[in-house]
Design a protein around this ligand. Structure first.
Ligand code: BGC
Length: 881
């Protein structure tokens, strides 16, 4: 093994360069250049206007630092009202640094910059970043909630609420704050405000609703200004959970909006929603998330036939978002146009995605109907709509004239790869594209390997995440469901937090989880809780209360999320202890169990091989461990000791009840061994070794296909790796026979499926009622791919310390891999290649991160800090730890 430090990294070896991704130019640029502190990020980075906290935590990155640079101080400078103040601390922290100044006031704009020092040597200041506080107090709202007096009934279509304002002069600054019961699209003089869609998004509306803040200075000029808002049904009043189930949160749509215009003389005028507003019908004649939208373009928004509005009482708490909103994040062109066996025109976008179809019609005629139907797959050459269940997923347009028209919906979204379009003659691919809609999270994780099928699988995971992070983390985006199932995000959270910056998004969702948790600690199966079970408690699902905060904290180093969720985490742990009682075994009551394991019959997803008591008790241990860990981090010492003791008690009970001396576990299937190996639920090394050997036997006997459901799948490859059988893990991952991850890929999947066999080998759709083609749960395997193929494993929260340890050996069926993650400290980049009996690895470590590097066969780690490093070693015959 040889190690070349930063200086020697330039190629002395004559070896071919590693995968191009290690960018030599960047390495050169660093030598001899100055250290750069990146612009400060406030709290979760978004929003920049309308920040919801008065004491935002600050984070920054340090780039181009020399190898021996160690920050030991920082200075934060804040300019508010033209006056600068500064704060200096003897600290090397740079992520989630507490706000050191007086709290921000509502609407206050501040500019902040930072510099850091090492032994008295200061860097230059970062470029300044600006942030503007939102309406932080309820009393900042002078606007009233309004609702159309008679329009806007359940079957009336989307009302348009509007009013005209006269302004003597164009403002120097204008801000608009808006929220709704329902979903809104706000416009000023006909121009849509902002780039978010489906606003205000979905929260537990009984407890809180978000508002958005917009800088609308550019949209407002002197003279008459028309303010208008369309109101759709959305989650508030549209169908949810089951066909025909409407008005979950109420039956009246409502709007609150406050425009604040500041004149050049400094005076501010506030125009809020009130009885001055009027309401009229809009072109949107029908809108629903499940069924679609009907838009009659013959209706124009001219304010004719307007009716009064009512000021309505609404005590809901209105608050700012803590992450990016839902936006159009991409445009996918039509790949081809097909004529189906029955003669219909179908567009194939080549990618299963979530969003809208956009159709350009140039030569329409008044009254012409254009209909767009959606499906994720074709069956026998026609749209396969059976998996949508009752959801009609249809957009319909009635044209006003010859056009041109650009047709796209506003208040619905669809999951689709195929769209059947009728009513347009001579459609060409250029006339149609797909707009990808989802939470506009920043991408932070990438993986490429030498295996194109694995790369496709990884892409599928990314697309399933994009399609199911639409304001809340959902199970699926296409059928009559689309709910925030807790089990799904519980298993997927570590993967999600690697691929995208999910901290603000998931922290926000967790607030709702805590708000909707039952007084005895029970955790609903979906958040926002629209199922409203009276006594919800199910292993793997309710454990989202403990395991999602745990995953967020680990990935992002955000102690705040643990602090905020701690009460909720504890309450769930206490509920688990109450359920298992003296015995420590949670073996009674309802369980989803290892949901949808491959042996589950189409109509009974809960009928799994794994014993529900084994699964639930193992999860109890895992949750108690997470609470004990959180208590330690937060300094609740007595709690930490108590939950640690409970964790041991339940783990002992697990071993006594379910594990025999040789490591055999009750119900003897892949999932139970995966749980016990990953969470170390054994008394003796013999049991652990026996369980590992038994798991290998089962996997081999199963022909290296997957035997796990939702709860076993995230763990099965880790369990094999821990058992020293990463050879089997690789072979299982590369398996293409069903059930396996690559079976779907071999069937042309472009997203992760809900079932291993959502599409049967003969091209027919699984007859089960739960047959989504876009469910991220099984995509949790990507977490193993990042850690074990890529070799990037998080050791300390926020990637402060990492382990670089790809599993590579002569029997590893992967020739090279490249993993990258944008951690809170900066980009971590690993490229490795095996070639001619040798392994080469190139690593980039950002400032603030320490890496323990284990090359194959190493008995001890090489610890390195920031910079670029290369390692080489001989290829061992077998992988294994
Ligand atoms: C959802 C799942 C969910 C499950 C739990 C299904 O209908 O799509 O992903 O976790 O129900 O029962």
């Amino acid at each position: 093994m040889s190690y070349l430090g930063c200086e020697e990294a330039r190629d002395h070896s004559g070896r071919p360069p590693l995968v191009a991704a290690v960018d030599d130019a960047r390495v050169c640029a660093r030598q001899g250049t100055t250290i750069v502190v990146t612009p400060v990020r406030f709290e979760y980075g978004e929003p920049h206007i309308g920040l919801g906290t008065s004491t935002p935590r600050l984070s920054w990155r340090i780039e181009n630092a020399e190898a021996d640079w160690r920050s030991d101080a920082y200075e934060i400078e804040c300019v508010r009202g033209g006056i600068a103040e500064s704060f200096v601390a003897d600290s090397g922290e740079q992520v989630f640094v507490p706000w050191p100044f007086a709290p921000l006031r509502s609407r206050e704009i501040v500019q902040v910059r930072v510099r850091v020092a090492s032994q008295g040597r200061w860097t230059a200041f970062s470029e300044p970043s600006a942030v503007e506080a939102g309406l932080l107090e309820a009393r900042d709202w002078s606007a009233h909630w309004i609702s159309p007096s008679s329009l806007g009934g359940l079957n009336d279509g989307a009302p348009w609420l509007f009013r005209d304002v006269e302004l003597d002069r164009a403002p120097v600054r204008a801000r608009l704050y808006v929220s709704a019961q329902g979903v809104y699209e706000f416009s000023i003089d006909g121009v849509k405000v902002g780039d978010e869609v489906l606003t205000p998004g979905w929260t537990a509306y009984e407890h809180r609703v978000r508002y958005q803040s917009y800088d609308v200075t550019e949209l407002i000029s002197a003279g008459r200004v028309r303010l208008g808002a369309l109101l759709g049904n959305g989650w508030f009043r549209g169908q949810l959970v089951s066909p025909g189930n409407r008005s979950t949160y109420g039956d009246r749509l409502a709007l609150i909006a406050q425009l604040e215009v500041t004149d050049i003389d400094g005076s501010t005028r506030i125009i809020g929603t009130d009885e001055e507003w009027r309401a009229t019908k809009s072109p949107i004649a029908f809108d629903d998330f499940y069924d679609g939208q009907c838009t009659d373009l013959r209706r124009v928004l001219d304010g004719a036939d307007a009716e009064p509005v009512d000021v309505v009482r609404n005590d809901v708490h209105v608050e700012a978002p803590t992450g990016p909103g839902v936006k159009v994040t991409d445009v996918v062109p039509a790949r081809r146009i097909l004529t189906t066996p029955s003669g219909r025109t179908v567009i194939d976008f080549g990618q299963n995605l979530v969003g809208w179809v956009r159709v350009h019609v140039t030569n329409g005629r008044p009254g012409q109907r254009v209909v767009v139907r959606h499906a994720e797959v074709l069956e026998h050459g026609e749209l396969g709509v059976r998996p949508l269940r009752s959801a009609k997923a249809t957009s319909e347009y009635i044209l006003a004239g010859s056009g041109p028209h650009v047709l796209q919906p506003t208040f619905t979204f669809n999951g689709f790869r195929y769209a059947e379009i009728s009513g347009v003659a001579d459609l060409r691919p250029d006339d149609v594209d797909a707009l990808v809609v989802g939470s506009a999270l920043e991408r932070t994780g990438w993986l490429q390997t030498s295996d194109s099928n694995l790369n496709r699988l990884h892409e599928n995971v990314v697309w399933s995440m994009r399609g199911n992070f639409v304001g809340v983390p959902t199970d699926c985006p296409q059928r009559d469901e689309r709910l925030g199932w807790t089990g799904d995000i519980q298993v997927f959270a570590p993967t999600a937090a690697f691929l995208f910056d999910t901290d603000g998004f998931l922290s926000d969702w967790l607030r709702d989880l805590a708000a909707e948790q039952k007084s005895d600690g029970g955790v609903p199966y979906v958040i926002p809780d629209v199922l409203r079970n009276t006594d919800p408690a199910a292993a793997g699902w309710s454990d989202a209360a403990t395991l999602v905060p745990d995953a967020v904290y680990r990935a992002d180093g955000d102690v705040g999320v643990l602090a905020r969720q701690y009460g909720s985490m504890r309450a769930w742990a206490d509920k688990v202890l109450a359920l298992s009682g003296e015995s420590g075994l949670w073996d009674t009551g309802f369980q989803f169990g290892d949901w949808l394991d491959p042996t589950a019959p189409p109509e009974d997803a809960a009928q799994a091989q794994a014993d529900p008591g084994v699964v639930a008790t193992a999860y109890s241990v895992r949750s108690l461990r997470a609470v004990a860990d959180a208590a330690s981090v937060l300094g609740h010492i007595a709690d930490a000791q108590w939950y640690r003791a409970q964790e041991r008690r339940v783990a002992d009970a697990f071993v006594r009840a379910y594990v025999d001396a040789d490591g055999r576990i009750l119900s003897d299937c892949q999932t139970v061994y995966a749980l016990a190996l990953c969470w170390d639920l054994f008394d003796t090394p013999d049991q652990r070794a026996g369980a590992g050997a038994r798991l290998a036997e089962l996997v081999i006997a199963g022909g290296l296909t997957v035997g796990t459901g939702f709860l076993g799948t995230p763990l099965i490859l880790d369990a094999l790796t821990l058992a020293g059988r990463s050879d089997l893990a690789y072979r299982m991952l590369l398996q293409t026979a069903c059930p396996s991850w690559l079976y779907a890929v071999s069937m042309g999947a472009t997203t992760v499926w809900e079932r291993w066999d959502s599409m049967l080998p003969d091209g027919t759709i699984n007859p089960g009622t739960m047959t989504s083609f876009n469910h991220y749960a099984y995509g949790a395997v990507a977490d193993w791919m990042h850690r074990v193929i890529g070799g990037l494993e998080l050791v300390e929260p926020g990637y402060r310390r990492i382990r670089v340890r790809p599993e590579i050996a002569a029997d590893t069926p992967i020739g090279h891999a490249h993993v990258r993650h944008r951690s809170p400290y900066g980009d971590i980049d690993i490229v490795w290649r095996q070639d001619a009996g040798e392994v080469s690895l190139a690593l980039e470590v950002p400032y603030g991160v320490t890496a323990d590097v284990w090359m194959p066969g190493d008995r001890a780690a090489h610890t390195v800090g920031h910079g670029r490093h290369e390692f080489h070693c001989a290829l061992p015959a077998r992988a294994g730890r």
